[in-house]
Design a protein around this ligand. Structure first.
Ligand SMILES: Nc1ncnc2c1ncn2[C@@H]1O[C@H](COP(=O)(O)OP(=O)(O)O)[C@@H](O)[C@H]1O
Ligand SMILES: [Mg+2]
Length: 280
């Protein structure tokens, strides 16, 4: 096994009895997450599936150490990475957002190479290797011929490719993705799902991928954790062993259709409101 795989395979994130409460504007508190415990171990793609507003982003941001400065996150409970309690941003955890956060004033090339402006990543990757790494990632996401363009000259899907390339170039041990393809049209979303599976096979790591799309969870997940709302609790948690890439034909097999029904019925039992999408 290569060094990269061995390193990546060690990554574990554990949430232990997490509670999150937010103050209500009218007074009192809103308990969004209630005593939730979960452990993710990589390399694997873990889908955190639940209706809008159930607390998925809250949980993912906690894992990535992205916390509003005036709110205690979590209200109680602990998050640990590789067995060490983690109370802020972790060097090995990289986030990808639905709004892909590309710098509009930098070229595609410079956006992908942006982490090298930060000391942490400058120290990790020698200068002589940087250009090759950037070009390799641009090729992997199909943007090598767009290197000199600005993000505004590219489509939404291509912009999300830039963000994905920037994240994976760092060979993160942990990749936290918050509905990264949620704003894309159906065809582009499918392309990006396929691309992610291919990139993951090349750069295995621990991925926690938040979605409210049942189809996306079935296509990408090695494991699917279904959350109820509100407060968020685990309504279901299962593995899918079917090899990837999985395509739309697989979605119509009895196996996939049974999983879809299982998710929908578990959610129905566990919760009332919130929307969940089935795209196929
Ligand atoms: N900073 C915040 N202050 C107050 N309420 C919040 C804050 N962030 C999220 N919420 C509330 O917590 C709930 C869960 O939000 P979120 O984690 O964004 O859900 P999801 O990502 O599943 O759609 C929602 O009701 C949302 O309004
Ligand atoms: Mg969200």
């Amino acid at each position: 096994m290569s060094e990269a795989v061995t390193r990546a395979s060690a990554a574990t994130i554990a949430l232990d009895r997490i509670v999150q409460e937010y103050a209500r504007p009218e007074g009192g508190v809103n308990r969004v997450v209630d005593e939730l415990s979960l452990t993710f171990t990589g390399p694997s793609i873990n889908m955190l599936l639940g209706p809008s507003g159930c607390g998925k982003s809250t949980l993912l941001y906690m894992m990535g150490g992205v916390r509003p400065h005036n709110i205690k996150m979590p209200t109680s409970g602990t998050i640990s990475i590789d067995g060490v309690a983690c109370d802020g941003a972790h060097d090995d955890a990289v986030m990808v957002f639905q709004r892909y956060a590309n710098r509009p004033d930098l070229t595609v090339y410079d956006n992908v190479g942006f982490p090298f402006r930060l000391k942490l990543w400058r120290d990790r990757i020698p200068t002589a290797e940087r250009h090759d790494k950037i070009m390799h990632m641009l090729e992997a996401v199909g943007l090598a011929d767009k290197a000199k363009l600005l993000p505004s000259q590219l489509s939404g899907g291509q912009n999300q490719r830039i963000a994905l390339a920037r994240s994976l170039m760092l060979r993160p041990r942990i990749l936290l993705m918050d509905e990264p393809f949620g704003a894309l049209d159906a065809q582009t979303r499918e392309d990006m799902q396929r691309l992610l599976v291919g990139l993951y096979q090349e750069y295995p790591c621990l991925i926690v991928f938040v979605t409210h799309d049942v189809t996306e969870a079935l296509l990408l997940g090695d494991r699917v954790v279904v959350l109820s709302t509100q407060p968020a609790r685990i309504a279901d948690d299962f593995a899918i062993a079917t090899p990837k890439p999985r395509d739309t034909h697989w979605l119509r097999t009895p196996e996939a259709m049974a999983l879809e029904q299982r998710i929908l019925s578990r959610l129905h039992q566990a919760t009332g409101k919130g929307t969940l999408r089935v795209t196929v």
